[in-house]
Design a protein around this ligand. Structure first.
Ligand code: MN
Ligand code: MN
Length: 507
């Protein structure tokens, strides 16, 4: 019962749509590398498609009717889009879910230090990474610095061609004899993932002219100002007043002093402001087409932005037509990679609170109606699947594995060591999903996460399933999952986008 390559069924029109989607997707993952950036871009696209903020609808006491569309975020890191359908919400919603956080290196709260003439930023990795993969490659910094005066400075450095980038260094092989004997998990240790960010010392003489000639181009936005991505910034003015000169006790840390002066000048950031910052160190650069045939995409953060973006596009595609039969919902959450915890993870009450507010505005107020709506809903909980990799065939069971190019993947169950931690979708719901996909001629495949006892994993599926709704894991297969540069197939992205829309319309 082998499923064939989706590519075999494509005509010219399919290829054209597939490439257009792939181009938009490449752009999305090239610019949206944090949960905040994904959330903001999702809201921007939703508003362009006619969605209004739930907060606005609440403030104005709007009555929501079939066809109305609202969005809400949790702290700007998780977002839910609701497109009200013809049926009462109490009869259930069709829900797409995915996550928008990805493995990365987070800058610590007290990160900055100088050693051997370098300034470095100490990090704490986020999510399940192979630490040795994150050395010796160009890195960018995305995030925010929240200042005590209320200003939130947005930082993006390392993405424009003219931007500087950063890196974590690795040991030369000539001296790496002992390192190479270590276990993979210890070759590079977490505490050693420090990002190299500077080497220039502040001049002691206060030669303002020579310092002034040094400039840095970086992509930075202040919250309330437009992008200034190619702005040329001069380094701190070290004039006769001597305000920015390294203090006597700091002279031994002149490299750190130079960097701090620059951060002060460019961003208005003091060292103390790192305490209230969220700076994420991610691979620098854009996603690219991959393969001579351009059939694949290599890029950072495809787990799980490949499912988030295709879910978003499917949700927004409904905005072009009449109101859907059942209310359509797309929820994109944070913190999946560390257990769906916190105010912005799927475990939070954000999702049900938002649905409760929408139902109240739609004239369906009340806890019981909310519970009925959730229990009568069905959901595709989408996350990437491990694609079969011929280099590591031994961890896959060929009949029940996902293959790149064979379409949208459904995992009846995930889990590890005897399905532990899995949401196991009921057979009747799997049959319904099969019918929806077959009717829409969506290429799909079914899979488990690797051989039994090879390992395993889970997603957000079990969390909404607690309400009693039908949930099945689905998604796009990926190679090199959780590495800095993950690989997907354009065919699977295209089929996911089509499958998600079919689910919203017909499930
Ligand atoms: Mn994931
Ligand atoms: Mn993951």
């Amino acid at each position: 019962m082998e499923r064939g390559s989706a590519w075999k069924g494509y005509g010219a029109a399919d290829i054209e749509q597939l490439e257009a989607l792939a181009g938009d997707y490449r752009q999305f993952i090239s610019t949206c590398k944090t949960e905040r950036e994904c959330c903001a871009e999702s809201v921007r696209q939703a508003e362009a498609a006619g969605y209004v903020a739930l907060s606005t609808a609440l403030r104005e006491g709007r009555r929501l009717r079939a066809g109305d569309k609202v969005w809400a975020t949790s702290q700007g890191k998780a977002v839910v889009l609701v497109h009200i359908g013809e049926q009462p919400m109490e009869q259930g919603m069709n829900i797409l879910g995915a996550h928008i956080d990805s493995p990365r290196l987070d800058v610590k709260q007290n990160p900055l230090y100088e050693k051997d003439g370098f300034t470095l930023l100490d990090t704490h990795y986020y999510g399940g990474i192979k630490k040795y993969q994150w050395v010796a490659l160009p890195l960018a910094i995305h995030g925010v610095v929240a200042k005590t005066d209320g200003e939130v400075v947005e930082v993006v450095v390392g993405e424009d061609a003219d931007d500087p980038v950063f890196c974590v260094t690795d040991l030369l092989p000539h001296l790496g004899q002992k390192q190479m004997e270590k276990k993979g998990s210890e070759v590079v240790e977490g505490e050693d993932l420090d990002v190299l960010v500077g080497n220039r010392a502040a001049a002691l003489g206060g030669d303002a002219q020579s310092l002034g000639q040094s400039s840095l181009r970086c992509g930075t936005r202040l919250v309330d100002t437009p992008a200034q991505s190619s702005e040329v910034v001069t380094v701190p003015d070290q004039d006769a007043s001597g305000d920015n000169l390294p203090k006597k006790e700091e002279e031994k840390e002149a490299v750190k002093a130079f960097l701090l002066g620059m951060l002060r000048e460019k961003y208005g950031i003091e060292e103390e402001d790192f305490l209230s910052a969220e700076l994420e160190v991610v691979p620098a650069g854009a996603a690219r087409d991959m393969g001579f045939d351009r059939s694949m995409i290599i890029g950072y953060g495809q787990d799980d932005r490949v499912c988030a973006y295709t879910s978003l596009r499917a949700q927004l595609a409904l905005a072009e037509g009449p109101a859907p039969r059942r209310t359509a919902v797309c929820v994109l959450v944070d913190k999946e990679e560390i257990g769906s915890v916190g105010a912005t993870g799927m475990e939070s009450a954000f999702f049900e609170n938002a649905i409760a507010e929408v139902m109240a505005l739609a004239g369906e107020e009340g806890d019981l109606r909310l519970r009925r709506a959730l229990a009568a809903s069905c959901m595709l909980s989408s996350d990437v699947s491990a694609g079969v990799d011929p280099a590591y065939a031994s961890v896959f069971e060929p009949k029940n594995s996902a293959y790149l190019g064979r379409g949208l993947v459904f995992n009846k169950y995930t889990g590890a060591r005897g399905k532990s931690g899995s949401n196991d979708a009921r057979a009747e719901f799997v049959a319904r999903v099969r019918r929806v996909m077959d009717d829409a001629q969506v290429s799909f495949q079914t899979a488990e996460l690797g051989r039994v006892d090879a390992g395993g994993g889970g997603t957000i599926a079990f969390i909404p399933a607690r309400f009693g709704m039908d949930v099945i894991d689905s998604g796009v297969p990926v190679l090199s999952m959780h590495s800095p540069w993950e690989v997907t197939s354009k065919a699977d992205i295209y089929e996911a986008r089509r499958g998600y829309e079919a689910f919203l319309r017909n499930a």
